[in-house]
Design a protein around this ligand. Structure first.
Ligand code: AQP
Length: 340
């Protein structure tokens, strides 16, 4: 196994959608054979906007608690191809060193840098109450990655700004303690790094915008078809655009799930003005259904007890690395020991 370490996480804030899959999870699966990989269901991140009773019943028809949603998300990841024989898979709150390192990082992260985070600006604009946790979310994210001294992070494009911040925090720590302790963090992006919402192609596909804005990986294909059939395609073109954003998003989804010749045919029909959007939507729905069928089958065979066991083992392995890092970090910072 390579000495290059990969870390990435996903919030258990509902179901896995095809934006997560094409933007990040497919890459998580692919790099398992190349690197030493650690993957995490980040429940502490999810409580930045779903706390208390909200965290218990948030946004799922099943009325699941955060712990149940973490279990379900882990099962979905395994069905997608995260292999516990190759990678460590665990739940963030099972390894408390994440929040310990986050505190140390919050003492060196720049307030000005955090204020510039676009995800915070977007989410705080949409929220009636803005918590400090929502503001310092990227500091916890930096701690998640650097706790394992990981240098590669497979994510969607929306996370690139957060990773730049993680890089700055790591560098600042190194320069303050005078040791090159943390590595430089780099994103690993895919061709599907930014999948847009079918209902509003100006926004990225996202659970927090509501169910019509995402296509769930484990969703009933009839539900997915309803969302694809009503996908927005006919907004006017802006200067410099040859394809409306909604059509471009459907073509991207086709490119990610269908053979190249099928995509070329639709692109050619668009160029000659012969493209019927209904045909494109049908092709997207069919190719997604084919691409996701084996994941759904694997998911149906996976029981909760098996997933719990995998998470328990994963937390043990992650804890061993996390404890070692924190012992060294405390030492470098000069805290944690009593003066003799
Ligand atoms: N639309 C997307 N296109 C490509 N990649 C995406 N990712 C998320 N959305 C897209 C990537 O998926 C990984 C997990 O992201 P997350 O845990 O933040 O989940 P989310 O689905 O983004 O959460 P929400 O609530 O749906 O959206 P937000 O919180 O943004 O409002 C990450 O690597 C992410 O880049």
């Amino acid at each position: 196994m390579s000495t290059v370490r990969v870390f990435s996480g996903i919030q258990p804030s509902g179901e896995l959608h095809i934006g997560n899959w094409f933007g990040a999870i497919q890459n998580w699966v692919q790099v398992q054979d190349e690197y030493d990989c650690i993957y995490c269901v980040v429940d502490y991140h999810a409580i930045t906007d779903q706390f208390g009773p909200e965290a218990k019943r948030y946004r799922t028809a099943q009325g699941e608690s955060m712990a149940e949603r973490s279990l379900r998300m882990a099962g979905d990841l395994i069905a997608c191809g995260i292999d516990p024989q190759k990678s460590i898979l665990f739940v963030q709150s099972h390894v408390p060193e994440h929040t310990e390192l986050a505190w140390i990082f919050s003492c060196i992260a720049s307030y000005g840098d955090l204020q510039r985070m676009t995800q915070f600006k977007d989410k705080s604009d949409r929220s009636a109450y803005v918590s400090v946790g929502l503001f310092s979310y990227p500091v916890l994210q930096a701690a998640d990655i650097l706790l394992y001294r990981a240098s590669r992070v497979p994510v969607g494009e929306d996370q690139v700004q957060h990773l730049e911040l993680a890089r700055r925090i790591g560098r600042r720590f190194n320069s303050l303690v005078g040791v090159e302790y943390f590595p430089e963090v780099e994103p690993l992006l895919t061709e599907g790094k930014r999948i847009m919402s079918p209902a509003d192609p100006a926004q990225k596909m996202s659970k927090s915008l509501g169910p019509k804005h995402y296509i769930g990986l484990m969703e009933d294909p009839k539900e997915s078809w309803k969302k694809i059939r009503s996908a927005v395609t006919d907004v006017g073109l802006e200067a410099g655009q040859s394809m409306s954003p909604g059509v471009a998003n459907l073509i991207d989804l086709l490119r990610l799930s269908a053979p190249a010749e099928v995509v070329e045919e639709f692109v050619a029909r668009h160029a000659t003005g012969e493209l019927l959007y209904g045909d494109l939507k049908k092709a997207v729905a069919e190719s997604l259904e084919t691409a996701l069928a084996s994941i759904r089958e694997r998911r149906a065979q996976l029981g909760d007890a098996e997933v719990r066991e995998i998470l328990k083992e994963g937390a043990k392995k992650a804890s061993a690395i996390a404890r070692e890092t924190m012992a060294e970090v405390r030492d470098l910072v000069g805290v944690g020991g009593a003066a003799s």
